[in-house]
Design a protein around this ligand. Sequence first.
Ligand code: GDP
Ligand code: MG
Length: 814
Amino acid sequence: MLLSDLQTGERGVVTRVAGHGAFRKRIIEMGFIKGVEVTSVLNAPLNDPIKYRIMNFEVSLRHSDAMKVEIVTPEEAEREIANHDDFRALEAEETTLQHIAKERSRTINVALVGNPNCGKTSIFNVAAHAHERVGNYSGVTVDEKVGTFKYGGYTFNLTDLPGTYSLSAYSPEELYVRRHILEKNPDIILNVVDGSNLERNLYLTTQLIDMDITMVMALNMYDELQKSGDRLDIEQLSTLLGMPIVPTTGRSGQGIGSLFDKIIEVFEGGGYRHIHVNHGRYLERHIKQLRTHLYEHGFSDEISTRFLAIKLLEHDSQLERYAAERDPDGSALQLRDQIAEGYKKGSGRRLVENVVDNGHKVDVESGHQDIESAITDAKYAFVRGALAECYVRNEKSTLHSLTDRLDSIVTHRWLGYPVFLLFMFVTFWCTFTLGAYPMDWIDGLFAWLGERIGEGMSEGPWRSLVVDGIIAGVGSVLVFLPNILILYLFISFMEDSGYMARAAFIMDKLMHRMGLHGKSFIPMIMGFGCNVPAIMATRTIEDRKSRLLTMLVIPMMSCSARIPVYVILCSAFFSTHAAYVIMGLYLLGMVMSVLMAKLFSRYFVKGDSLPFVMELPPYRLPTAKAVLRHTWEKGKEYLKKMATIILGASIIVWALSYFPYHEDPKQQAENSYMAKIGKTIEPAMRPCGFDWRQSVALLSGVFAKEVVASTMGVLYSTSDYSDGSDCSEYSESSEYSEDADDFRIASLIRDHMTPLSAFSMLLFILLYMPCLSTVVAIKNESGRWKWAVFTMAYTIGLAWVVSALVFQLGSLLL
Ligand code: GDP
Ligand code: MG
């Protein structure tokens, strides 16, 4: 709990002091250090400051300051001891309270900060034994992930943050990371740096240094650095930057142990020295001037005044607001404006300025109009200066030559497209054609299971629930697990190898014409897996307009939840060409998304799209472990969905179609609640060629698209009674039953649908409203319900129009 929560007369032991710079120093000097006992002498409501007794003398603290001191009370300690039996034994003379306080202060909060794609998540996974997604393109991690583990007698709370190139207020990720550092006050920032790309990575490091936080650097991709033949004097770089640097290879886990040993050492007070990034004499003078002003106006308690001064000079909008709130007379911003103005006027005279970093001279051109670019340049100059002293590049490096050779084909102006189509073809061919074999086995297993269980139970609602509800419903969706695993295997491989970034690159021109962005392409391909993470992945698109457009059209990308319905309908009516029909649907989805994007960008979504730089990371052979793990994670999610949403929906659908119960099976099928609902909406769906069963199936798909398949499974197997056959033998109810390989439901469906209505339904499923999770994701990511509702409306409208057109034209022609 916090010191401020301590009531008059109560006592506690300090476990952690958060807060920053001057504040922290002041409070520690007062005696608030780890392990010290504090008693609240007077803490009346509305009484600010609060009086405390510490080390036998009294001090008073502002309420807001007391909120930054974490403590443990005797009651908390007792509770904690009672709940855990694996605590180390109390040492002699040690009270429970002291013991727990010690345990607590051995907790280290570490945040991973670094450029996109530098290996943060890989390190996170090794350290926290986690299974978060890694991918060889930027923007895989979109929000924070926390992992807790014990190491070296300490408890670590490790937070994996989104990747950023800088800490300005331009993109949501940058703001996110900055806010995390400022508000959560991690004990140690673990700055992960891509060793094969030092200059750009260290730019972020210079900004972190400005923030005056305690850092340790992981020099990741160390294997690549070594292979490249580049030489880096780590010792020297570490001295220049003032922080320990530990070489690591996130992929194999090498060096991670030493990394955390180092973190412990720094946490306990060793090895970190705060340095200042030298921005050159002229800029430094201004920074100092503004900083002094900020310091005098009480800004130093929450934030490094140097960081704030630099950011204000960079016209950082978020920190401008921050400064304005805390400084009502606006003097800080006035001073900033003065300095910036003066800088602009004087810039003509300072065409060349020397920045001296540790004796190394670097020329900086500073004939800029604005102070922002001057600061950026000075930072790069600092980095270059540092590298010039300790880094020798191997000009004959072979590391990137493979990447270059592959890229000359894969991103070739003409060849790139057929190569991409080939990859897509192989992916879908394997998903549907190879996937058909294990699918048959599982289907057979469920048929057998249904029969055995059906035989073992006596006739009645319970048997119907188990056989027609649960087994038919869940079974009809579960059989698609192999397809989904295969699809994810391919997507993971493409992401991890770096190919996906290339695909996005070659699509950029095409995407631009649609008002989208090359970067929109990766989220769209991810949409083939599941729309929800795809919509979250749009966060990598800086440009708001493109981002919103991408979000709006992702539902057109056929997610894996739609596979069950496709396969069931295709094997019922188009079995010989199933793979082609399905691939056609995927293509149609892509074409529709592009058309819709074009339409929306012209009429609904306002704003200009920005030019951008697409990063092409070097190719990396994905580790089998990572790809398989990623695939399995998806499989697990799918199974979880089976056990929850699909199971629940199957039972509800079964109940609605079983009740009210009628002796006569025909009556039963026609008068169930389900039939009533279906018949109510049927008139609206008639033009598309759907009867009441199809209509309810589509309606149920709103929860999750797989539910369409499970609903059909339940509806058609219960309706089977109407033919007077026994439930356990329903495969014989169809005239097609001689086809042994056929799906059970497929044969039942043929009795109720025509190829044309099935085709119309396929189109409807592809296009109509995304599942509720996707709708919620759109609302969260766009920040407005308006866009979520808009997506629902346009997709349903589009699905209806396309299906109705196809069905009506088809009926005329056939
Ligand atoms: P993040 O974006 O910073 O979270 O980076 P990821 O952990 O997702 O990794 C990006 C890519 O780099 C993945 O393909 C990883 O397999 C790969 N990778 C991570 N660490 C290393 C490393 O030390 N060496 C090599 N060669 N590859 C790595
Ligand atoms: Mg990541």
